[in-house]
Design a protein around this ligand. Structure first.
Ligand SMILES: Nc1ccn([C@@H]2O[C@H](COP(=O)(O)OP(=O)(O)OP(=O)(O)O)[C@@H](O)[C@H]2O)c(=O)n1
Ligand SMILES: O=P(O)(O)OC[C@@H](O)[C@@H](O)[C@@H](O)CO
Length: 434
């Protein structure tokens, strides 16, 4: 087995695209540090007017999956977090239940929201009960997080939770990008604030449940209608001064169309950071695998000898598999892999890419054989895509002429990277040529 591991930092792991050793240890860290019940309220009852789409932005899809599911998964995967109350508009109740079922969000509880974000959050808080034997007992600490902020990582959640436990309230902040100014009623500049003295209030925020619940019980109708800051309610109505914790740049809220495009780009980039190359036994295939691994230097790649070895170790590390074969139509091994992805739920949340590379060692097959092969490949691709597996094909002609071989491998690399990065369903079942 040929292995070369890179020291590799995932720039972001939104909603745990892959369970990484580091993530697992952080989860263990969380379990050790959090010895009290923690629950979550995700306000998702808005209409997304600024997004300008018919579908509320929390239900807009990325890689065939609603945005809200990425946010829920960021909490679902942490063993030290309990119930995740998702607050949606009444008309979206069934849609949300379908998402919970399809994406297996076992911690999610769906409740109805209100006409404003604060009303929705309060409705979410009321889903917990003070009776200890209830299905949703009230937590010690509750995390409040906008459902349209999909990138929230465990270490920040841990800091917010522990700070809320100690201080009563905590909130994520980010440096201001633009300066804040005050305007006159005629629309002229009144004055500008010294930017360095101010921060943008982001999410997640954490609270001792009793404090934030009491704050909402006491707050005014004006607060409910026009307020945007939970930390302010804790201070105003419970005298609790939130601990502020600076978070990473990925905390931003999906508000406009550009934010959705940015979120999709980040998720695709993170899914494309690793690959497993299955070389088969033939010497030429192993040679191509090593050349491809060398060219794929922007990815953490493993090379294994055969699909049978693409066991759980590799499954947990990547969602991109490059299957090199020297025999035509040997793509049927992909079906076994697809079945294994299905058995391990590996493709439930994120599409798995399988690039079948056919290394042509002999002269071209006759046209009728090529047509049959393409038909079989296409029908396999349309079968496995039902299980969220995207099957692509690339043919490469073997040559002993070094310059030609180098050019072919470079083209193979470029096509492979493009397919993995874009995960475009329209190209599945195609046999491209490097
Ligand atoms: N009545 C409301 C309004 C907003 N939210 C939620 O609060 C979060 C942040 O609010 P915002 O970004 O303003 O969402 P929308 O109100 O949907 O957006 P817009 O203001 O553009 O309509 C979102 O997850 C949104 O779904 C909510 O639960 N209930
Ligand atoms: O006002 P919107 O409903 O767009 O978004 C809510 C934001 O204000 C809120 O998420 C943070 O600023 C932290 O309170």
């Amino acid at each position: 087995m040929l292995k070369r591991r890179f020291i590799f930092h995932m720039p972001l792991d939104p909603g745990c695209l892959l369970e990484r050793d580091a993530e697992r240890s952080a989860d263990r860290l969380g379990c050790a540090a959090v010895d009290f019940p923690v629950a979550v309220v995700l306000p998702a009852g808005g209409s997304g007017e600024r997004m300008g789409l018919a579908t509320p932005k929390q239900f807009c899809t990325i890689l065939n999956r609603p945005l809200i599911s990425f946010t829920i998964q960021a909490f679902e995967r942490l063993s030290w977090i309990g119930t995740v109350v998702v607050v949606v508009a009444k008309e979206n109740h069934d849609l949300m239940l379908n998402i919970v079922q399809k994406c297996n969000h076992t911690k999610a509880k769906v409740v109805h929201g209100g006409t404003s974000r604060h009303r929705s959050i309060f409705s979410g808080l009321q889903a917990f009960s003070s009776t200890t034997d209830s299905l949703t007992p009230k937590p010690k600490v509750v995390i409040i997080h906008d459902a349209v902020r999909p990138f929230v990582e465990e270490d920040l959640l841990l800091k917010i939770t522990l700070a809320a436990k100690e201080q009563g309230a905590s909130g994520a902040i980010r440096p201001l990008v633009s300066t804040v100014i005050a305007t006159t009623s005629e629309g002229y500049l009144d004055h500008s604030l010294e930017r360095a003295k101010y921060r943008a209030s982001e999410m997640p925020q954490g609270f001792l449940y009793d404090i934030i619940f009491q704050a909402y019980q006491r707050c005014s109708e004006f607060d409910f209608e026009f307020g945007t800051e939970c930390l302010h309610l804790a201070l105003q109505y419970c005298g609790t001064n939130a601990k502020l914790i600076e978070g990473p740049p990925t905390l931003w809220k999906v508000t406009y169309k550009r934010d959705l495009a940015a979120a999709e780009a980040i998720i695709k980039e993170t899914l494309s950071m690793s690959a497993c190359i299955i070389a088969g036994a033939e010497a030429e295939a192993v040679e191509l695998a090593k050349a491809l691994q060398k060219n794929l230097n922007m990815m953490e790649t493993d090379v294994i000898q055969c699909a049978k070895e693409s066991n759980t170790e590799y499954l947990s590390k990547t969602r991109n598999f490059i299957h090199i074969s020297t025999t035509a139509s040997n793509f049927l091994g992909t079906l076994d892999m697809a079945k294994r992805f299905e058995d391990t739920d590996h493709a439930r949340l994120y599409p798995v890419v399988v690039v079948w590379v056919q290394l042509n060692m002999t002269k071209q097959s006759v046209d009728s054989q090529k047509t049959d092969e393409l038909t079989a490949f296409r029908s396999l691709a349309s079968e496995v895509i039902q299980g969220n597996v995207l099957l692509y094909g690339i043919q490469i002609d073997h040559t002993k002429v070094p310059e030609q071989w180098e050019r072919s491998v470079e083209r193979l690399t470029q096509i492979t990277v493009a397919l993995i990065r874009d995960r475009n369903a329209a190209l599945t079942g195609q046999l491209l040529h490097a």
